[in-house]
Design a protein. Structure first.
Length: 444
């Protein structure tokens, strides 16, 4: 089925100095944010309050009202059910999941932090000790769009880090059924507890626990989700930790005439497939190349399985950014800070060295973003909405913390005594000063 020719909206960076509308659009793109609007935050807050006070019954009620619950209302998936789903996986799917698990594990192991001790002065040692978290909650998108890959991206690094207990939560579909592949993936990695819930109530179940089911609160919640999940994670932050808020998935391709328009079009479509709120941007300094990509989008959309969703997504969030030159293009990319960034340009490594802000880079013509989604080993839980300016991908480090251990001998304290006493006195904190002085009284 075909539709009208694809013409992506254009943003011409060369007009930024002369056209206030262009300047305003650039500013909006740079500061788009990943946080849901205030109404979603308020509604999520109300759901969380009910879950905090009502426990298991409140989660079941929210599942019944908003969707995500099992047909019978059960909140917990048994271990036997996960293992049965694992054993029922089709061989090709199981093999793919197992390779994904192995590749994620291999990369996650390289991220394991080290405990280190530093001698500041003789007698003053500081140990920076790595400690895995006791309990972690992993949200895995489910329902009509179940992602076993996200479950594995959340659970495998937790296992590598040495987390004691991993609790997964994921919603059932509209008929109250859980995705069989997602359940099988849970069985493959030995999920300790699987809670059936979606949206804000799922986050509440992780943050506050399920007393009737014997599920204790977790120490940190990780994983991607919709606006309700993101809003709820922000609300519970402070009572437990979170990885980061994650808005709609996004892709940016920076490309020149060395790139194949067919490859670029397919990368844009693979991201647009997530839905009409998922930005898909092409950044180039060649208008003719942009037109060639649009022509290739038409060709691929003609036979695409989900062409209606793809067309809506491109119409809503597709964009060609025309830069006056390579330097301006790279500056725009760094300002936008995309979640996924494909780089297919001449002298590609020179460009990659200058690209500072992106969740995950895909370098060269044979590095499609979908490879990272599933089997390259890199984590696909990434910062969105510009948060890549300050945050990185979910990693092994996300599942633990560092404790500072300070070992100070009498001689060590004597070496820093004068500084401690002088600065404490300058700040007016005399008891702080005395805490040092008393240790030397009568011994000097």
């Amino acid at each position: 089925m075909s539709g009208s020719p694809v013409t992506l909206r254009r943003l011409d960076l060369s007009r930024a100095d002369s056209d206030p509308a262009v300047t305003a659009e650039i500013r909006a793109l740079m500061r788009r944010g990943a946080v849901p609007d205030g109404r979603v935050r308020e509604d999520a807050r109300a759901i969380l309050a009910r879950v905090k006070s009502g426990g298991d019954a409140a989660v079941r009620a929210a599942n019944a009202r908003f969707g995500g619950g099992r047909a019978g209302g059960e909140l917990i998936v048994t271990r036997a059910e996960m293992e049965s789903a694992r054993d029922a996986l089709l061989p090709r799917i199981r093999s793919g999941l197992e390779q994904m698990i192995e590749n994620i594990r291999r990369f996650a192991e390289t991220e394991l932090p080290e405990t280190r001790t530093t001698t500041i002065v003789p007698g003053v040692e500081i140990e920076r000790r790595w400690v895995p978290l006791a309990r972690v909650g992993v949200y895995a998108p489910g329902g009509s769009a179940a992602y076993p890959s996200s479950l594995l991206m959340g659970v495998v690094p937790a296992r590598v880090a040495g987390v004691g207990t991993v609790v997964v939560t994921s919603p059932a579909d509209a008929d109250g059924r859980l995705n069989a592949t997602l359940l099988g993936a849970a069985g493959l990695v030995g999920v300790d507890t699987f809670v059936v819930a979606g949206g804000a109530q799922a986050v509440g179940a992780l943050a506050y626990g399920l007393p009737e089911a014997g599920v204790a609160p977790v120490d940190r919640i990780v994983g991607p989700g919709n606006a309700w999940v993101t809003a709820a994670k922000l609300e519970v932050f402070g009572e437990c930790g979170i990885d980061l808020p994650a808005g709609p998935s996004e892709v940016m391709v920076v490309a020149d005439t060395t790139a194949d328009p067919m490859h670029v079009a397919s990368d844009l479509l693979s991201q647009a497939e997530h839905g009409p709120d998922s930005p898909a941007l092409l950044v180039t300094w060649d208008a003719a190349f942009a037109a060639a990509v649009e022509a290739e989008l038409d060709v691929q959309l003609a036979t695409a399985a989900r062409h209606e969703i793809l067309r809506r997504s491109l119409a809503a969030c597709g964009l060609v950014v025309l830069a006056p030159d390579r330097d301006a293009a790279i500056a725009f990319v760094n300002g936008y800070a995309p979640e996924h960034l494909s780089v297919v340009v001449d002298d590609v490594e020179e460009a990659v060295a200058r690209l500072r802000n992106a969740g995950s880079l895909f370098v060269g013509p044979y590095a499609p973003e979908s490879a990272g989604d599933y089997a390259s080993g890199a984590n696909h839980v990434l910062p969105t909405g510009g948060l890549a300016r300050s945050s990185g991908a979910l990693s092994t480090e996300s599942y633990g913390k560092f404790i500072q251990v300070q070992r100070i001998s009498r001689s060590g304290l004597a070496a820093i005594r004068e500084s401690v006493e002088a600065i404490a006195e300058a700040e007016g904190l005399i008891a702080h000063k005395r805490a040092v002085e008393v240790r030397f009284e009568g011994t000097e």
